[in-house]
Design a protein around this ligand. Structure first.
Ligand code: HEC
Length: 293
């Protein structure tokens, strides 16, 4: 006769399995559905059913006890009843070898193979229970509390990141038209920024598209005497005659430091001797006598 699983283990385990299925497979991540009266009612009904099942099981168990010999009965009662702490102790430390000495043999009959129903090694069983125990902790901390909830973690990490960006922005002074100057080491960064922000209208090599060619000596907008400052100032204030070239700096769309990088790139492609093969036709006035910056 098989040992009876105590109800204080059986009922909570079945309930948690149902709860797990309910939570994971029905895709009800919202806590609202879990504390909903219908859900609670459902779980109460399940619990009552489980209690009924357990008492039926109990009655069958008691009946069976009566139909076996006194000796067997005593062994079963000893295994199933009494001090749970003692049962737990036995469960943890009983000697498998001793039990396997009078191992059960299962005869399949039809194939003549005799199966030995050995008890599993204790270390294996305990490892298994440990995983169940861990899964409960994991489940609770992952789904039900904020302890290690990935969504909450993401949210707070995101908030912290945004705060850090804000602090960084406040701490890093942005250059303005007055202080900006051409820097060789900014060309590569500027190229990337130019491709992201400007290439739709000027092509990624600056040869011109909707906007004019930026690699030739013809300029529509001549605001500053110095070529680099002229470029910076157009990107900052936009074009006064054509709103298509918008005020990237003034509107806050691009920060001063990045405009300095982009301007360095534009200055570089305008002053180097290697020019794009395909160019937009010249627009504006030819200017060669830029003030040296
Ligand atoms: C939506 C299209 C568009 C975008 C995006 C754009 N531009 Fe322009 N850009 C233009 C047009 C159109 C002009 C011509 C303005 C005029 O006629 O005054 C222009 C003019 C310029 C000029 C002055 C050229 C001259 O001959 O006066 C510079 C320099 C310039 N753009 C750089 C940039 C940079 C750098 C970016 C990226 C941050 C950028 N543009 C993004 C359309 C654009």
């Amino acid at each position: 006769m098989r040992s009876k699983v105590p109800s204080f283990i059986m009922i909570p385990s079945i309930l948690s399995v149902i709860f797990f299925i309910f939570y994971v497979f029905l895709d009800v991540k919202d806590i609202f559905y879990i504390v909903h009266p219908i859900t609670i009612f459902f779980f109460i009904i399940i619990t009552i059913l489980l209690f009924i099942l357990d008492s039926i099981d109990n009655i069958i168990y008691q009946k069976r006890l009566k139909s076996i010999t006194e000796k067997e009965r005593r062994i079963i009662i000893e295994e199933n009843e009494g001090n749970y702490l003692y049962l737990f102790y036995k469960f943890l430390f009983y000697d498998t070898k001793k039990i396997n000495r009078n191992v059960k043999k299962i005869d399949h009959g039809f194939d003549g193979i005799l199966e030995l129903d050995n008890k599993l090694p204790m270390w294996w069983i305990h490892l298994f229970y440990l995983t169940i125990f861990f899964s409960t902790i994991y489940f609770v901390s992952y789904f039900l509390t904020d302890f290690s909830n990935p969504y909450k973690e993401y949210e707070s990490a995101y908030k912290n990141q945004m705060k850090e960006i804000e602090i960084f922005d406040k701490k890093t002074p942005q250059v303005s038209l007055k202080k900006a100057s051409f820097q060789k080491e900014f060309i590569n960064d500027g190229k990337k920024l130019f491709e992201e922000n400007c290439s739709t209208c000027h092509q990624s090599d600056g040869s011109g598209n909707v906007g004019p060619n930026l690699t030739d000596d013809y300029w529509i907008n001549i605001i500053e005497k110095d070529l680099f400052k002229n470029i910076f100032s157009i990107i900052w204030y936009g074009s006064k005659n054509n709103p298509t070239m918008r005020a990237f700096g003034e509107s806050g769309e691009i920060k001063g430091n990045d405009i300095q990088k982009i301007s360095s790139f534009v200055y570089y492609i305008n002053t180097q001797s290697k020019k794009p093969i395909k160019n937009k036709i010249p627009q504006g006035k030819k200017v060669l006598d830029w003030k040296k910056s």
